[in-house]
Design a protein around this ligand. Sequence first.
Ligand code: NAP
Length: 250
Amino acid sequence: MKTAIIFGSSGGIGHQFVEYCLAQYEHVFACTRQSQSFKTIDKEGKGKLHLMQLDPSSETELQLFSEYLAGREFNVQLMINACGLLHDDSTHIAPEKKIEDFNAESFEAVIKANALITPLIAKHLLSHLNKGAKKCQSTGVFASLSARVGSIGDNYLGGWYSYRASKAALNQIIKTLSIEASRRFKNSAVVAIHPGTTDTHLSEPFQANVPAEKLFTPEYAIKKMMAVIENVTLDDSGKFYAWDGSLIQW
Ligand SMILES: NC(=O)c1ccc[n+]([C@@H]2O[C@H](COP(=O)([O-])OP(=O)(O)OC[C@H]3O[C@@H](n4cnc5c(N)ncnc54)[C@H](OP(=O)(O)O)[C@@H]3O)[C@@H](O)[C@H]2O)c1
């Protein structure tokens, strides 16, 4: 039973990954802290949607999810972490324009949302991906949504300290995990991917100066990213991709 697991499925990008996967996988787990709904449920009987209300930064909840999967016949072949945080009005989190804007609490919240979840998912669920891929003689792919601004080599503009640092930390975790996967989870590839500027809640306050042709719909971004993800091989593990398949320097 070919299975995909999507974290951050309440988000603009995560939601669309679920919609896409429903047409391609027999089972799709849509994981978020919120309640959620989808317009495509079991479309043409091809997909079976499992709505999971869980907090991916909770080890207890991930452990329970792992135990649930362990007793069942799901062949996990794809895991995507689409969780992320750039701004939050309710907690006054906003990307810093200058160092005086830096705030310890905001930094911790941004690090938690952007860098903590991927290693926790890997700790509890990467073995399921590897097992599913091995059984199906395919490459299991664990893709995490990063951001070009997390590239240290590509940083020419400055600003956005917390978000940049959190995605740079995520990138280092992905690179490190890919090395361990090559030894211990040999049927799995671990990659980072930048979606391009995509029209979601996260990018909404920053869209004013983005040319129309560079602001993607979630449908377009996911179509492009899945074309990359679906062609990832074991040799590609540890790469940082842009939405069009080009590589971004760390
Ligand atoms: N949109 C863009 O232009 C753009 C550009 C570059 C990179 N990205 C990256 O793409 C990913 C998806 O972004 P998006 O545009 O879809 O954003 P979004 O619409 O704001 O969705 C964000 C998702 O992250 C989850 N999330 C946020 N904080 C969390 C936390 N502390 N713990 C667990 N889940 C948390 C939310 O889940 P809850 O509902 O449970 O809060 C939501 O599902 C992010 O990693 C983002 O950095 C986006």
